[in-house]
Every structure is written in structure tokens, then in C-alpha cells.
Design a protein around this ligand. Structure first.
Ligand code: ME8
Length: 677
């Protein structure tokens, strides 16, 4: 029996509605939790809200509410959002709950008992937005003498002089470095570990861990005029939700804890939290994984720019699974990413409508055409060495093991990449096996039934593996395959080839899982989402507010892409520009002359389940009869145009200046619809 699995999101501040950033972390954790449940592991998935502190107190006053009423309002929004995004958290912790306050007090007492806390005077500049102190050198001058601004919030900081409790963090620098060295999986990805090590090696200061200037927090045990620093309060949620040290739930899950966070709060999780735990004599979490930062259409996401992306709006319009898929697939988990609505809609058409949706549609349709709509038996060992059939099973087994390996390493993006090799492999298998050809030859009946079972089997494996990412669509695929039951059907991982489906079961036809979006629909969606034309600016990185890391000047360069050394040559385009081209392999189905136009042919093209008509100026080089069956490279997202009365929906690529000399081609056999990049 494998170890239990415990995964946590940050607890979100109750001063903002859920947005694309909080949705991202939460969806990533959800996919991990669902994967581990499917592997049969005892799994616990925690999320929640961070409700104390001066920032929340001020936001509540500004909203004309008590702090707890303010928190209740946002908690309801988070809980509603997570429900709509199919988040399967096992618990939701609020830092205003008594169960949490008790454990925070317990941790405080442990630190005190270990001699890790002392009382002293403290004076420095304080930013409420960050809930952190700054030294003068870190501040930005304000518009009047003696006024300084927070480097991130650009709002005036206050000079605070108060008695404060301190945590002897400096004393735990070396034990922390030793721990990091002995536990290579503790801080991930590796480049983040290196950042933390460099920060700790530069020396730690003791941390001020109590405040007297406001009341909205947990009182220091024995000194209720102080409230506990909001970050100590917040970090303890990961333990308090389990019941705290000494409880069975804690004993089971705590040592397996995986904290998934954004890079903005790495220092709190990889320095403050572990040094506190070392001081309190408690075990450290297994892993802190810091993912990257999203920008929106090339810009930093911020309320003032009005470019926040509402995940619920996107999900309501194109389905929650498309959003979940895009967020985890688009940007390598750990690196920064840009949320572009064009890229989102592009992937929806290519990876979901064309690849997976098309596969599901073809499998069900062909089962109806070639197997009477019933899942055929798989004869053990039959066609095992066959160059086409044998390959699919091998590909599926490879995908299963690779997806698992990546999920174990907290790499959902790579897992999806590996899974799509199988999705595309499934489409290719159908093209190569060509059941429509087998069906013409009665002597190949056994092979035909074997072919159908093979692609259906692959589809059932895909459904199980895609379930952590897209639970709704995975369920729908199993419905199509006639697999009875509810959500528990997804709590399985593929086992042996040929064992996932029940022979004799009827498949169930249905609408496409993702209808392909044409240009009009895309434009309509973008208008609805309020997408403004992109403003290209030099990359400011959209770095997260360093507000949460303010004990030392934050390393502003951390995690950013290196700056380009020189301006690009005139006329060059960026990779982002190139990515806008939806290039695909298309197979010519029919070709005919356009009346009264010597150079033009009208072609119908197969794009892997979708048919397009184009007018091509190739009649001087190609006779119409020579074209059917040829596979060419096709620009699928060119705006349609009417040429000589014929609507042309894209363009095939060909060589030649004035006159076409030859058509573009790919140097091996690939199925229609395959992306060209
Ligand atoms: O920091 N890109 O809460 P918070 C990627 N309460 N992820 C983003 C993002 C973006 N643009 N914006 C936000 C707090 N996030 C504390 C945490 S934990 C003990 C206390 C995600 O509401 C990312 O996970 O500001 C980031 O770490 C988190 O939201 C910050 O949420």
C-alpha cells in the first residue's frame, strides 16, 4: 500500500473574488488529488481562506462591514467558485474557525517553550497591503518630504514603533540549509530551491511575529494585547485543518504534505514556515512546490488595469474542463505563463475539438458502422505482433506509465503532453488500420472487430487518465463507451490492456464533446469576455507583488525570462505571432475547376472530421484528378473570402513566386487535422 497523499493550496485572502491565479493553483491541486485517489491512495486535499490581519480589517471597514461579515461574503464566493470548477477538496479551512485558533495557540506555545520567542522593541516602516515591514532603503520616495511608499503597492507606509514578539529565525538558518540539502524534494522546482538557499545563505533576521496596532487576529497566548502575525496564523492552517499535532489525521497526512503555492509566497513557505517547525520540534512538510505567475494577454493582471480574467465566465461559456485543461497544459507547471484568449480558443479547437473530441466521435461512429454499435471481444494475443495493432497497446502502456511518472513529480503539463501522444496515436491508429478498408473484405472480419475493440480500449484508457484534469468530459467518454456508474468510475487507473471494457456493451452516440469554434463564434466570445486589443510593451514580467516577501530587498529578477540582448531585425515576427497561424495537415477529398478561371481549382479538404472548401490558384501546375488523396499543409484560421463566387475557408501552402510549382507536404504519413508547428 502506498503512502497517503496530502495536498494543499495557499489559503486565499478574503479581500478579492477568486480569479485566474487562485483558480490555477486550486485546479492544479485538484488534478493532483484526483490522480492520487485514482491510484488508490488515501488522499486529503485542503484549501481555505486567510481571514485575519490589518489588510482584511481595513477592507472590511471600507466595505462598511464587520471583518467577519466581510470574510463570510468572500468565503461564499470561493466556495461557490470551487464548486463550479469541480474542485474536489476534502476540507475548507477558515482561519477564523476555533479549530484553527486552537492549533495556532498550540504552535505558539511550542515555540515559546523552545525558547524561540522573545519580546523586544521594534521600529520600522510598515505596509498594510503587504502586512510586512520594510527598511528605508527598500522604499520609494513619496510626493512630500518624509513620505515613503511601499515599493509594490505604491501606497504610503507607516512608521511603526511597538513592542513586538520576535521569532529567532536567524538561529535556524543553518539547520534549514542542512535540511534542504538532505531533502532534495523539499523545495521544487530546483531553480526555486537555489533561490531559497541563496536567500538563507545571505543571512536571516529574526522575524517580528506579533502586532499591537490592530485587533483582527488571534491573541498571543498570555499577552492578549498582541495579535499573532498573520503569516504565522495563516501557515498553521495546513496543520490545524488536520486537527493539529497529536491527532490521528495529522499523524497520517502531515508527513506527506505537499504545499502548492505561487512563487510570490515562496519565502514564507520555504523559510518562515520550516524554520518555525524546526524550532517547534515538528516535522516539515514533504514538499513546497512554487508554480509560476500568469500575466493576461501580455500584461500584469491587476484590478486597476481592469484585465482580471474571470475563470467562472470562461467556464460558463466553453465548459469548465476546457479551462482546466488549458491552464494546466499551456504553461509548464513551475514557469510563468501568459493567459491569452486567442491561445485559449486555439487550444480548444486543436487539442480538444480536433484531437480528443474527434477521436471520441470517430470511435463511437465507427463502432456503429463496423461493429453494430457493440464493443467487440478482444481475442487474447491476436494481432499482437501486427505492425499497426500491436503498436497501439504499446503506446497506451507507455502513456499510462509516463503520465503517472509526471504526476508523481508534480508535472501535470508534462503528463498532459504524454497523454496527448496517445490521443493523437489513437487517431493515427484509426487512419492506419483503416477499418473502412477492412470492412470491404469479408476475410478481414476478425481483424475489423479487433480494430474496433482496440480503439475503444485506448479511448477508455484515455478517459481514465484524462479524468484528473477533466472529470466531466472523462465521465461523458465513459458514458459513450457504455460504462455504467457515477463518479466512482473515475477512481481507477488503467491496468491490463484489453481489460477496461466489457465486451457486448453498447456504445452511446452523442453530440461532439467540444464543437469546433468558427471565427464568428470566437469573436463573439472574445467580445463577451471584454478582450481588448493587445498592447505590446517591453516585458515587465508581470511579477507578483513581492509584498509578501519583504524582509530583504526582493530579488526582482528571480524567475523572469532573460531580457533580449538587442532589438530584433526589422520585419521579423515574434514566436507569439507565428503561433497565431493554425497550420494543419489536410487531405484533398475532391478537386474541380472553377468555371471561367484558368488558374483556380475548388478543393474540398478533410481536416480530421471537419470538411473545408478552398479555392487554390494551382490549376496551371496540377490537374484536378491528380489531387484527391494528397496531403498538404493548410492554414486553417485564415479569414474566409469569396473568390469567383466560391467561399474559400483557408489556404493550402504551395511553393512558387508568381506561378505555383509544387504543393507543400509532410515527409511521412500523418492523419488529416494534425497540427503543423
Ligand atoms: O498570498 N498567477 O493569498 P492570496 C499565478 N493569504 N498564481 C496566482 C496569481 C497569478 N497571477 N495570482 C494569485 C496569500 N495566484 C496568502 C497565502 S498561505 C498560508 C497564505 C495564486 O489570496 C498563487 O497561488 O494573495 C498565489 O500564491 C496565491 O494565489 C496568493 O493568494
Amino acid at each position: 500500500m502506498s503512502d497517503p497523499f496530502y495536498v494543499t493550496t495557499p489559503i486565499y485572502y478574503v479581500n478579492d473574488a477568486p480569479h485566474i491565479g487562485s483558480a490555477y493553483t486550486t485546479i492544479a491541486c485538484d488534478a493532483l488529488a484526483r490522480y492520487h485517489r485514482a491510484r488508490g491512495q488515501d488522499t486529503w486535499f485542503l484549501t481555505g481562506t486567510d481571514e485575519h490581519g490589518q489588510k482584511i480589517e481595513e477592507a472590511a471597514i471600507a466595505a462598511g462591514r464587520t471583518p467577519i461579515a466581510h470574510a463570510d461574503h468572500f468565503v461564499a464566493r470561493f466556495q461557490d467558485a470551487w464548486k463550479k470548477l469541480d474542485i474536489s477538496n476534502d476540507d475548507f479551512i477558515r482561519t477564523t474557525e476555533q479549530r484553527h485558533k486552537d492549533v495556532v495557540a498550540d504552535i505558539w506555545r511550542r515555540l515559546e517553550a523552545a525558547g524561540a520567542i522573545y519580546l523586544a522593541d521594534y521600529e520600522d516602516w510598515y505596509c498594510v497591503g503587504c502586512e510586512s515591514f520594510y527598511t528605508e532603503t527598500q522604499l520609494v520616495p513619496g510626493d512630500a518630504p518624509g513620505v515613503f511608499l511601499c515599493p509594490d503597492h505604491k501606497r504610503p507606509v507607516q512608521r511603526l514603533k511597538e513592542q513586538s514578539y520576535f521569532f529567532r529565525m536567524a538561529q535556524y538558518a543553518q539547520p534549514l540549509l542542512d535540511y534542504i540539502e538532505a531533502h532534495p524534494e523539499f523545495i521544487q522546482p530546483d531553480f526555486r530551491k537555489n533561490e531559497v538557499v541563496a536567500f538563507v545563505k545571505a543571512g536571516l533576521r529574526d522575524l517580528s511575529v506579533s502586532r499591537r496596532t490592530f485587533k483582527w487576529g488571534i491573541p498571543v497566548p498570555g499577552a492578549p494585547e498582541h495579535v499573532i502575525y498573520v503569516w504565522i496564523d495563516a501557515l498553521t492552517n495546513y496543520m490545524s485543518a488536520l486537527g493539529g499535532p497529536g491527532t490521528a489525521q495529522y499523524d497520517k497526512f502531515w508527513p506527506q504534505a505537499v504545499h502548492v503555492i505561487g512563487k510570490d509566497i515562496l519565502r514564507h513557505h520555504a523559510v518562515y514556515w520550516p524554520t518555525m517547525l524546526l524550532a517547534a520540534g515538528l516535522p516539515l512538510p514533504k514538499t513546497v512546490f512554487a508554480h509560476g505567475w500568469w500575466t493576461a494577454n501580455g500584461q500584469k493582471i491587476s484590478k486597476s488595469l481592469g484585465n482580471a480574467i474571470d475563470p467562472l465566465g470562461l467556464a460558463a461559456d466553453v465548459g469548465v474542463d476546457a479551462l482546466r485543461y488549458f491552464l494546466l497544459r499551456e504553461t509548464s507547471f513551475g514557469l510563468d505563463g501568459d493567459f491569452s484568449h486567442d491561445a485559449f480558443l486555439g487550444r480548444l479547437n486543436s487539442d480538444l475539438a480536433n484531437d480528443l473530441g474527434n477521436l471520441v466521435h470517430r470511435c463511437v461512429k465507427m463502432t456503429e458502422l463496423y461493429a453494430g454499435g457493440v464493443i467487440p471481444r478482444l481475442e487474447p494475443g491476436a494481432f499482437e505482433d501486427h505492425p499497426v495493432h500491436g503498436k497501439l497497446a504499446a503506446l497506451a502502456i507507455h502513456a499510462r506509465d509516463t503520465v503517472a511518472e509526471h504526476m508523481e513529480r508534480l508535472q501535470p503539463t508534462r503528463a498532459l503532453e504524454a497523454l496527448w501522444e496517445l490521443v493523437r496515436g489513437g487517431n493515427k491508429y484509426i487512419d492506419d488500420a483503416a477499418p473502412w478498408v477492412q470492412a470491404k473484405d469479408p476475410a478481414r472480419a476478425a481483424e475489423l472487430s479487433h480494430t474496433v475493440r482496440h480503439f475503444l480500449e485506448a479511448l477508455s484508457w484515455i478517459a481514465l487518465m484524462v479524468a484528473p484534469f477533466m472529470p466531466k468530459k472523462a465521465g461523458e467518454i465513459l458514458d459513450r463507451l457504455g460504462v455504467p456508474g457515477g463518479p466512482e468510475r473515475l477512481l481507477r487507473w488503467p491496468r491490463a490492456w484489453g481489460r477496461e471494457l466489457t465486451s457486448g456493451q453498447k456504445v452511446v452516440p452523442g453530440e461532439p464533446l467540444w464543437p469546433r469554434l468558427d471565427d464568428d463564434r470566437k469573436a463573439e466570445l472574445k467580445a463577451r469576455w471584454g478582450v481588448k486589443p493587445a498592447v505590446r510593451k517591453p516585458d515587465k514580467g508581470g511579477d507578483p507583488k513581492n509584498d509578501k516577501q519583504a524582509d530583504k530587498p526582493a530579488d526582482k529578477s528571480a524567475g523572469k525570462a532573460p531580457q533580449a540582448a538587442a532589438a530584433p531585425p526589422p520585419g521579423s515576427i515574434s514566436y507569439d505571432d507565428f503561433k497565431k497561424l493554425d497550420l494543419r495537415v489536410a487531405e484533398v477529398k475532391t478537386a474541380e475547376k472553377v468555371p471561367k478561371a484558368d488558374k483556380l481549382l475548388k478543393l474540398t479538404l478533410d481536416l480530421g472530421g471537419e470538411t473545408r472548401t478552398v479555392v487554390a490558384g494551382i490549376a496551371a501546375a496540377y490537374a484536378a484528378e491528380a489531387l484527391p488523396g494528397k496531403k498538404v499543409i493548410f492554414l486553417a484560421n485564415l479569414a474566409p473570402a469569396t473568390i469567383r463566387g466560391v467561399r474559400s475557408e483557408g489556404m493550402i501552402l504551395a511553393a512558387g513566386d508568381e506561378q505555383v510549382i509544387g504543393l507543400s507536404a509532410i515527409d511521412c504519413d500523418v492523419p488529416p487535422g494534425t497540427k503543423v508547428r
